[in-house]
Write a protein that binds this ligand. Sequence first.
Ligand code: UD1
Ligand code: CA
Length: 471
Amino acid sequence: MVQESKIAVVILAAGEGTRMKSNTAKVLFPICGRPMVDYILDAASDVKPGKIVVVIGHKGEEVANRIIDGWARDNDMGGNIEFAWQLQRRGTGHAVSCAQDQIPGDCEHVMVLCGDTPLITGEMLNRFVQAHLSNRAELSLVTALLDDPGDYGRIRRDENGNIVGIVEANDLLPEDNHIKEINAGIYIAGKETLARLLSRLNDNNAKQEFYLTDIVKKGVEAGCTVASMMCQDVSIVQGVNDRYALALAELRLRGTVLRDLCLSGVTIRDPRNTYIDSGVTIGADTIIEPGTFLRGKTSIGQGCIIGPNSEIIDSWVGDNSRIWSSVVEESKVGENVRIGPFSHIRPDSVIEADASIGNFAEVKNSIIGQGSKVHHHSYLGDSSIGCGVNIGAGTVTVNYDGLKKHRTVIEDNAFIGCNANLIAPVTIGKDAYVAAGSTITGDIPGGALGIARERQVNKEGWVAKRKEKTD
Ligand code: UD1
Ligand code: CA
């Protein structure tokens, strides 16, 4: 085993990602809700490196900030990660040179990874490190076999099967066309060896770039021991250069997320039509119906039924709740709650245990107390609703006067009749009633009935009289 501080990892993330045709830096494209580069950082940290240096350039500040505020903070790795600027993009070899000064003196080996291979695993990288050490190699690389090697660099070998170099897709010669073994873009080398080989690179190639891949040929020429490890599962070394590859990478990662959830006791009725971000947690015996999206930092309890056709973002849902054709954002939903169909819980809401919301209800920045019912076309915004409250159909908290938002307070066991407008700020006391159709502009004391509407007048014989007049 390599000692923890003996290995440094360099992650190349400075490229422009031209083939993505985007304003977003390629390594920040989300896959199952997380930036692509996070997956490489996850795998890299599994080899317990003494230092991770991320080479940044195109949109470098954005990339660095995202890593510092995201992955590094979540993994408590702030001190272990550094950024190296590659101010001009002159190729992958040049990118590694830019990181060299930041590799700590006590690191003997340097592993180089690309920021656009999100499917690599720590398990594979650890196997690779072990292979490199047991081969006593000075330079090792990962390869894989592909029927259609496309954009990948090809591995050239001599008649004895020894690696002699890598040829990039743009520089292929006719005799390279049969090659099916590709370069995965994953390397490990002794620190001194790497420095020596990098200093020998040139840009005499189709792209006029300093290709990192040329260190292999330079290494062979210098008599270094060059070894390779073939990765049997070619899909894990897939590079993401364009959005089709991105879609395929996401499909695969999503499959892994869903499989892990299923194995932990979650029923996912249709994995082809269920979208769950990496990191979402779900308790056993919960059923996820099709058309459901669970995003960000979402946690779902046990025994819930979520979906069909629901989206839950950055929210917490307690055990045995049912969310049906609805959207929940940045909110907390207690146990045994019913939401939907067709309801929207907007940010900063708390729906306490046993409450029920919907059909067609919207709640925003509100607390709905235990066992309260908010049904049929209601809007509750900026409100505190006690326990056991009944909100009649079409109730609206009138929370906005055009300038400011105001709060509505409804105390325990109050009963709001249908189609009431509650003009905030206003408080409806405990056990109070609001008569249907009221527009309530003042507080109602506990136990009182608030009624605020015109009295009905019946005009006897009105229809017949009108008829006489018009005849
Ligand atoms: C590279 C390899 C290719 C290999 C493939 C594996 C080279 C020359 N080619 O090709 O042999 O099969 O990866 O996926 O290395 N980058 C920089 N600075 C630069 C250029 C690139 O940081 O100046 C970064 C990119 O952001 C990217 C990584 O290096 O994360 C790889 O670059 P990319 O342009 O995607 O290389 P490929 O054409 O995929
Ligand atoms: Ca690539």
